[in-house]
Write a protein that binds this ligand. Structure first.
Ligand code: SF4
Length: 282
């Protein structure tokens, strides 16, 4: 399948949408002024129009072609353009493949965050759920699930003390790279040489953020180490830096380390237990 873009650069977002239907496929790419001569392609062209722009989308799969167009204002932000492109392409993909992804045309992570933002914007959870179903094509079951999770999250989010911040640390390394993954990450076997440089940058950044927290009199409510797979590398040093800058004397409500890959857990678990025992003794 060829992913064709012209007049814009939303290739990554289009690829993420297409992966909902073709998760294991490797795609080719084209940016020519016309859709490619290919058996299968997925095209979005943004063309000048009299009073703005014209978005023209086409999908060709299994010898069948579907097309759709829409007029757009001259300048629209990328996130709106993404939604417009997906809004045209998604129904055609469903039609031609017979598939209907449970989370509709949502890609990436944290759909509940999106539902929360809709609810905050419209002031109504019912309206937000309608948007989920009607604009994003999320199924009823998943819409209800997201709303249920939001109801659990909301009191915890609201309980965050005034002037508190959440610290997130990204560890962009994994034992190997999963094909479907959209996170920024590199396999340790291929890019392990970058770990030391990454530690050096992380140390600086943690110190800088630690100074900001102190200077502005903020408190740290939670620390989350995500990735990637944080447990794929040695976490002694980052944990020390975090402890020095953010843990001492802070009213932390959460300290999380993602350990999504079982093949990284056993050895690191022992190390982290040792680390926490050492800390308790100090
Ligand atoms: S382990 Fe997780 S973060 Fe790493 S490549 Fe796989 S899905 Fe992505």
């Amino acid at each position: 399948m060829v992913i064709h873009t012209y007049g814009h650069s939303r290739t990554y977002e289009m690829e993420a949408l297409l992966k909902l239907f073709r998760p294991a496929e490797k795609f080719a790419f084209s940016t020519e002024p016309q859709p490619p001569f290919a058996d299968e392609y997925f095209s979005a062209m943004l063309l000048p129009a009299e009073d703005g722009q014209r978005l023209s989308c086409t999908v060709k799969i299994g010898g069948e072609t579907r097309s759709s167009e829409k007029n757009l204002p001259p300048d629209i932000p990328n996130n709106i353009l993404d939604r417009e492109i997906s809004g045209l392409l998604y129904p055609m993909l469903c039609d031609l493949t017979g598939l209907r992804p449970a989370w509709g045309m949502l890609t990436g992570i944290r759909p509940v965050n999106l539902l929360r933002k809709f609810a905050e914007r419209t002031g109504s959870i019912e309206q937000a759920k309608d948007d989920f179903r009607n604009i994003w094509h999320v199924t009823e079951e998943k819409t209800q699930l997201a709303a249920k999770i939001l109801a659990v999250q909301q009191p915890i989010l609201s309980a965050a003390p005034k002037g508190s911040v959440a610290v997130y640390v990204s560890i962009p390394f994994c034992p190997t790279r999963c094909k479907y993954c959209s996170f920024v990450s590199n396999s340790v076997s291929q890019m392990g040489r970058l770990v030391d440089d990454y530690y050096a940058c992380l140390a600086k950044e943690i110190d800088l953020v630690g100074n900001i927290v102190q200077d502005y009199g903020l408190t740290v409510d939670s620390i989350y180490i995500g990735g990637g797979t944080p447990t794929a590398i040695d976490l002694y040093q980052p944990l020390d830096w975090l402890h020095r800058n953010f843990v001492n004397g802070q009213p932390l409500r959460e300290f999380t380390i993602e350990a999504g890959r079982p093949d990284t857990i056993t050895r690191v678990r022992r190390r982290l237990r040792k680390w926490s025992i050492m800390r308790r003794k100090r």
